[in-house]
Design a protein around this ligand. Structure first.
Ligand SMILES: *Cc1c(COP(=O)(O)O)cnc(C)c1O
Length: 382
């Protein structure tokens, strides 16, 4: 029996016998930590997105940390990041020894607003951590231009946006160090996992070393050399390694990505058509240059609807449909609230108040989606 019987879940990873078989094969190969499968997974992703290098990690959080570290971001520096995002972004900045500085978002796209961001860049701001929130590509060119003019670093957090495109080119293929997540909530999953992609040879090389304890030579290289070469440590590192078991699962998931993207796109289009024209219900706004991954489907429910987003989530739960209310901003979290007391982020505040997520995932049946749509239409009228 499935874990989800009796209700429509918000999301569900799409894993099956193929992934189980790949994990089994990796286990029985005798090489289970970072090794040949990780190298194969990295090469496949670099090729797919059009980046020169891909460096696998145990999470997107740690890949983001590496992206900052290899660009020289550290103590005393501030990193501009949208307040509308998950704690992982702030955590990665703090891991690098730097400080998060929050920016506001465009409530239509949930992404950092370039005009607002420019105003917030100060003398300590050394990087922008751009986020492609819930699979919606941010305005990458505007931020590339801004970062260049200000002489600061740029990282694109595409954790949820693997497979999304900006101006026709996959995220990760725009010459900006970019990060993907393979957590089960994201587009493809390895249980846990992340990836840093970059075109810069030195950044990739340093990321590989720091990812694996700071060792100059990988375990695989030593193994191949039959113990005749020794590693050296030029700087301390971390254990951010992905395992070959995970990478083997990831390789299978990669093959399923086109079908997963297709199903999500189709589900999003069905929701768009079903909800267009309901007063106060705003279907996702997609700028002309964006092809989202549709890792989430997020509606805005404004005052004309007479029912709040929070109330809609409650009503949908009564109908056995799992939804979620809002993207809460980081600046009000207890660990930041004192410092950011009184700061206003009108875009982020609107997003937190007005948004709700609906189920979207590969494998959702037409019957399930019909139930979601009918439940929503009833709940918004009642
Ligand atoms: C999920 C997520 C992360 C963190 O990913 P992990 O792999 O869990 O570390 C970072 N940024 C964004 C925008 C995310 O959605």
């Amino acid at each position: 029996m499935s874990l989800f019987d009796g209700q429509v879940p918000l999301l569900k990873p799409w894993l099956g016998e193929e992934e189980a078989a790949a994990a089994r094969e990796a286990i029985l190969s005798g090489w289970v930590s970072l090794g040949p499968k990780v190298a194969e997974f990295e090469a496949a992703i670099a090729k797919l997105v059009g980046a020169k290098h891909a460096v696998a990690t145990n999470a997107a959080t740690t890949a983001l940390h590496l992206a900052l570290k290899v660009q020289g971001i550290g103590p005393g520096d501030e990193v501009l990041v949208p307040t509308t995002t998950c704690m992982a972004n702030a955590n990665a900045i703090v891991l690098a020894g730097a400080k998060p500085a929050f920016g506001d978002v465009d409530p239509r796209t949930f992404n950092l607003d370039p005009a607002d961001a420019e105003k917030r860049i100060g003398p300590r701001t050394k990087a922008i951590m751009l986020v492609d929130q819930i699979g919606q590509p941010a305005d990458l060119d505007a931020f590339k231009d801004l970062a260049k003019r200000k002489g600061i670093a740029l990282v694109d957090d595409a954790a949820t946006a693997f497979g999304a495109r900006y101006k026709g080119t996959a995220l990760g293929g725009h010459g900006v160090p970019s990060v993907f997540s393979f957590h089960p909530r994201k587009m493809i999953t390895t249980g846990e996992g992340g990836m840093l992609v970059t075109d810069d040879d030195r950044w990739a090389e340093r990321a590989r070393v720091v990812r694996s304890s700071g060792a100059s030579v990988s375990d695989l290289e030593r193994h191949k050399a039959k113990g005749t070469i020794l590693q050296q440590y030029f700087e301390p590192g971390y254990n951010y390694r992905l395992t070959d078991i995970q990478a083997a699962i990831g390789i299978v998931q990669l093959g399923k990505l086109p079908e997963m993207l297709r199903q999500r796109r189709e589900q999003a289009a069905k929701y768009d058509a079903a909800f267009a024209g309901i007063a106060g219900v705003h279907v996702p706004y997609v700028p002309s240059w964006a092809e989202p991954s549709w890792s989430s489907y997020c509606l805005r429910i404004t005052a004309e609807a007479k029912v709040t987003a929070a109330e809609m989530v409650r009503r949908m739960a009564e109908k056995n449909v799992s939804c979620r209310h809002g993207i809460p901003p980081l600046h009000v979290e207890p660990c930041f609230a004192d410092e950011w007391k009184g700061a206003r982020f009108p875009g982020a505040e609107a997003v937190a108040r007005e948004t709700m997520f609906l189920p979207i995932f590969p494998g959702m049946t037409e019957e399930q989606q019909r139930h979601v749509i009918e439940s929503f239409r009833t709940a918004i009228r009642a």
